[in-house]
Structures are given as C-alpha cells and as structure tokens.
Design a protein around this ligand. Structure first.
Ligand SMILES: [Zn+2]
Length: 279
C-alpha cells in the first residue's frame, strides 16, 4: 500500500471543525476533549468515553474532586501525591479505565524521575542513583497495573460481551505492554461489536505499532471526516508523516493540532520533528 496523499490545507479545515465541537471532560483524567459524538477517545489518556457513562461520572462530586486534586498535584510536580490521590479512585471505582490511567500516571512518574538524572554535574551520582531507582520502581508498578487492566477487562468481557469500551481498553493496555498478540485479538473482538470509531482507532494504532505507517495514516484520514471524527487522528497523521520522513508536512499539521490540544505527547512529537529537522 502506498502512503496516502495528504492535503494539509484540507486537513487544517477539518481540524477546525473538530476543534469547534463542544468540549467535554474525560471521566478518567479530567482532560477537556472536543467531540460532537456520543463516543470518543480522550486526547490525553486515550480512554474511551461514552456520553451516558460520562454524565454519571461528571455528576459524581467525589470522583470529580479526586481527579481535580490529582491534576492540581501534577501541575505542582508533586507526582507521588498525585499517585496517592488517584489510587483512591481505583479503589472506589471498578471501571478498568481508571486502572489504565493510574498505570499511565506511573509511566509519567517514571519519565519524570528519568528527566531528573543529570550527567553534566560532578558530585551528583548518589542523587542520580536515587532517581534511577525510583524511575525503575515506577516503571515496574506501571507494568503491573497494565497487566491488571488487561485482566479486569478480560474478566468483565466474559460477563458483558456487548460493551466495546472493554476490548478497547484491553487493546490499549496490551499495546503498552508490547503484547501485540492480545492487542490483535482485542481488535478482532472489537470488530464483532458495532463501534466503528473505536475499531478504526484501534486498527490505526495497531498498524502504527507494526510500522505500517501507510495503513495507519489511511485509517487516521478516515477519522477526519465530519460525523466520524476523532481529533486525535490529526496527531497520528503527523506521527505517520514523521515516520516516513515527510518532516515539513508533519510539522505543519502538528502546529495546527497544537492550537486545539496541548499535552506531553504533542510536545514530545514536536521535539522529535525538530530533532529530525536538524539532521
Ligand atoms: Zn482522559
């Protein structure tokens, strides 16, 4: 398959449509998302959100309070405090999406510790060792939580075979674990349920993982059409463009996307594009 033809101007117009949709809070991480449909994938944690379930979450003051204080602690870089706060959520709510986000917070904590390691100053070796060990602890906790997410999804799927959110979260956790066999099976399970957007999204990520950037980009393009839109698709088109060496176009699209969505993934991709430009 050839890499699909990309029309940046047209995509920027489509992005405007996506970005003009109503902003709805993610029921797992509290991020504001643009969506004009009843089912969407969060631009921050990539948990699937369903309008009916989100309404329940948004009306739950205990849950909303815990998510808000987690985010406040994260902004203050008090990562351990944020983890302790969010742990309460995973204890009180059975939805595996909460465990999945808790795992992502551990990955973030691990990355934060790695970022604190400095090789350029003398006499900081002991401090580096502390950060390295903390990073490794957070990373292994993240893996355990991703396993737990997968186990809970599979258990719930045995009881509720009609819920497309479960195989989707199973897919996300499996990809993060590098378990592509389970991820593939989750895509197959998703294809049995009538949830075309989640299926398309998972299929896009699966092909991205396999390095089939042409297929991934064409799946993403299908999600830039009105009525069947995920604003995250524009991010993945930029990523696919970077992977196939189309740096300028990747940068143009990401620049437009960054007006609507700001998060660590966008910053990291912008950094990767900038690094390629220097080569
Ligand atoms: Zn989220």
């Amino acid at each position: 398959m050839a890499f699909p033809v990309i029309y940046p101007k047209h995509l920027q117009e489509q992005m405007k449509i996506a970005g003009s949709a109503k902003a709805i809070m993610c029921g797992y991480c509290g991020n504001e998302n643009y969506s004009d449909s009843d089912l969407w994938v969060c631009s921050h944690c990539e948990n699937p959100n369903q309008a009916s379930l989100i309404t329940i979450s948004l009306n739950d003051p205990v849950l909303m309070g815990a998510i808000a204080s987690t985010n406040k602690l994260l902004q203050q870089n008090y990562v351990r405090g944020a983890l302790a706060e969010y742990e309460k959520v995973t204890k009180n709510y059975a939805d595996p999406g909460f465990i999945y986000y808790y795992a992502l917070l551990h990955i973030q904590a691990s990355n934060y510790e790695v970022s604190q390691i400095r090789y350029d100053r003398k006499g900081f070796m002991e401090e580096n060792a502390t950060h390295r060990s903390a990073a490794s602890d957070f990373a292994s906790k993240a893996r355990r939580l991703l396993f737990k997410t997968a186990v809970v999804c599979q258990k719930n799927m045995a009881e509720d075979q009609k819920n497309p959110l479960l195989p989707f979260v199973l897919f996300m956790a499996s990809v993060k674990l590098g378990n592509l066999r389970t991820a593939k099976r989750a895509v197959e399970q998703l294809s049995q349920l009538e949830s075309p957007l989640l299926l398309k999204y998972a299929d896009m990520l699966y092909n991205m993982e396999l390095g089939k950037y042409d297929i991934a980009a064409s799946r993403a393009l299908e999600m830039t059409k009105k009525g069947f839109m995920s604003i995250n698709a524009f991010y993945y088109i930029s990523l696919a463009l970077l992977k196939v060496g189309r740096i300028d176009m990747a940068q143009t699209l990401l620049g437009a996307y960054g007006k609507y969505v700001q998060n660590n993934s966008v910053n990291a991709l912008a950094g990767a594009i900038a690094a390629e430009e220097k080569v």
